[in-house]
Design a binder for this molecule. Structure first.
Ligand code: ADP
Ligand code: MG
Length: 591
């Protein structure tokens, strides 16, 4: 193939209609995968293209596909397979934009979850380019509502992800049914054995185009890692979010279960977060995505596979909640931030046993990832104070009905408080920062030895799971998705555990509030129950308002919950021997 380097789209020799559209789309010069990929595909060779997410792979195959469509022929001439509905729609839209000035090219996206009858009607009218997900394409092939006997180009887009999603067999049987003399193009962000084996079987003497590695990570991304105890990762994450004022964030973790856990934890802390993973139905996925894109949700938590099926980029930051098993995943993950000349932050939370994986990522990307210092509780209070002052100043200057509230100070003076006390208390309430069980010294694993020497405070020590679980004080809505800062929360959720000293779960050292009775429940964290399950069960079964339920302390094997004294009997009667989340529970007055 040619070794010429193409600097402009004009030099690529594109047809004028496409050139016009490309320039209108704001593409000033071809990306590296386009500069190398477009000529190779136009030449007619089978092509394997490997480049990171967001590098313009769609146009790299889309432009040559459009170049080769014969609009006087009504048959399907190109089939593009994509892993998810969202990507199929995205690719067909991008093709639509590229074809804006071409006459009569018909492009159809075909995916599960959409009415098959509608698709069939649409296909009957004649379609030149089909962009589809493998399952639905197979479906149409079996119904004979899609005929591929005149397909000249076949594209596997995001091939690695299609395989991750279990589409291997579908892809192979689709490929096996395509005309022999077609051109086959495979794009992928990573290369794996299964992909190589597909290319060996179905591609004919392919040209391999690989965008070199150091182009992958040399964007404006600040890469920092933090040594964090596994149990303290969410705490550290929220500190980083606060400290850097991150407003759009993608959090990656390795398993679906972790996604749910992290989301739950973040929501309990008042952060607007949602999760995305393969178990979500299409409708739920779209829902989550549109809220995130609208900025209603600021944190998206995802597994690698799920995240690859969605279209988000240009985020303020990416946090690796855990370190990916595969170096290329790391490159992918952080590539979601710092796009298009913007700077981005990529933070990795590294547990002791993940350190070696971080080293191998550094070796692979040839980039040194700096070690960061976890912001202290005081740092967080500091940044929140600064933002608080700003919010208050704006409110005084700009809010029209401010006078209505100006006598509050006098009312409080009458109660005998000083102005300093009053403002201090209001600030603490509004800023929403609470000391919780995660003392500064309890976050990083480096400090484990110190903890042990000092004794009594080794909450995350060797072999011992954190025992003070989600600490929960009674409050309003327990799951508002609102922002933690500047929100209208009126009560503390996380009580100052630190003040309780070495609370080990076996012994409770504090007494319940006056008027409350503490109950013991035989279910705990190992049963995967969350405060909301307990509130839901008790409120529902004993018919008492959820907001009257007080502090809930979940330990590994049991839970303490405070209920109003007058309701204690009713709760015991209703709950003892009953179930929570399907698990039988014994309940008693705590001793
Ligand atoms: P990939 O498939 O590699 O993840 P996409 O094809 O989805 O990447 O492209 C990512 C974004 O970059 C899209 O919004 C696309 O319109 C834009 N883009 C593609 N090529 C160029 C280019 N040459 N110049 C500017 N933007 C581009
Ligand atoms: Mg793509």
């Amino acid at each position: 193939m040619t070794t010429e380097i193409f600097e402009t789209f004009e030099e690529l020799g594109l047809n004028e209609d496409i050139l016009k559209a490309v320039l209108e789309m704001g593409f000033t010069k071809p990306s590296p995968i386009q500069a190398q990929g477009i000529p190779a595909v136009m030449q007619g060779s089978d092509v394997i293209g490997q480049a990171q997410t967001g590098t313009g792979k769609t146009a790299a195959f889309g432009i040559p596909v459009l170049e080769r469509i014969d609009t006087s022929n009504n048959a399907v001439q190109a089939l593009i397979l994509c892993p998810t509905r969202e990507l199929a729609v995205q690719v067909s839209e991008e093709l639509g934009r590229l074809a804006k000035y071409m006459r009569g090219v018909r492009i159809e996206a075909i995916y599960g979850g959409d009415s098959i009858d509608r698709q069939i009607r649409s296909l009957k009218k004649g379609v030149h380019i089909v962009v589809g997900t493998p399952g639905r394409v197979m479906d149409h092939m079996e119904r004979k509502t899609l005929k591929f006997n005149e397909v000249r180009m076949m594209v596997l887009d995001e091939a690695d992800e299609m395989l991750d999603m279990g589409f291997r067999e579908d892809i192979e049987s689709i490929l096996a049914d395509m005309p022999e003399d077609r051109q086959t193009i495979l794009f992928s962000a990573t290369m794996s054995k299964p992909i190589m084996s597909i290319t060996k079987r179905f591609l004919n003497d392919p040209v391999l185009i690989k965008v070199v590695r150091n182009e992958l990570t040399n964007q404006n991304i600040e890469q920092v890692y933090f040594e964090v105890k596994p149990q303290a990762k969410v705490e550290v994450m929220t500190r980083l979010i606060d400290m850097h004022h991150i407003k759009s964030l993608l959090v990656f973790c390795n398993t679906k279960r972790k996604v749910d856990e992290i989301v739950e934890d973040l929501q309990l802390r008042g952060y607007a977060s949602e999760g995305i993973h393969g178990d979500l139905r299409q409708q739920q996925r779209s829902n989550v995505m549109s809220k995130f894109k609208a900025g209603v949700t600021t944190i998206l938590v995802a597994t690698d596979v799920a995240a690859r099926g969605i279209d988000v980029s240009g985020l303020d930051g990416v946090i690796n909640y855990d370190i990916p098993m595969d170096e290329e995943y790391y490159v992918h993950r952080i590539g979601r931030t710092g796009r298009a000349g913007m700077s981005g932050k990529a933070f990795s939370l590294v547990a002791r046993d993940e350190k070696y994986r971080l080293k191998s990522i550094e070796g692979y990307t040839k980039v040194k990832i700096e070690k960061g210092v976890i912001p202290s509780f005081e740092d967080i209070v500091g940044v929140r104070k600064a933002r608080f002052v700003e919010t208050i100043s704006t409110s005084i200057k700009e809010s029209s009905d401010q006078e209505l509230y100006n006598d509050v100070l006098e009312m409080l003076h009458h109660s005998g408080f000083t102005t300093e006390q009053i403002v201090g208390a209001m600030a603490k309430q509004i800023m929403g920062v609470q000391k919780n069980e995660y003392a500064d010294s309890n976050l990083a694993w480096e400090e484990r030895r110190n903890d042990r020497r000092e004794g009594g405070n080794e909450r995350f020590g060797r072999g011992e799971r954190r025992e003070g679980g989600s600490r929960f004080e009674k409050g309003g809505d327990r799951r508002d998705g609102g922002s933690r800062f500047g929100g209208d929360r009126s009560t503390d959720r996380y009580a100052p555990r630190g003040e309780r000293g070495a609370d080990r779960g076996e012994r409770r050292q504090s007494a319940p509030e006056a008027g409350m009775t503490r109950l013991f429940l035989s279910l705990g964290r190992k049963d995967h129950i969350m405060p909301k399950d307990i509130v839901g069960a008790i409120a529902g079964e004993a018919n008492i308002p959820g907001k009257t339920i007080g502090a809930i302390d979940i330990y590994d094997k049991f839970t303490f919950v405070d209920v109003p004294e007058r309701d204690a009997r009713a709760v015991l009667r209703a709950m003892d021997g009953n179930t929570i989340k399907g698990k039988p529970v014994q309940i008693d007055i705590a001793k």
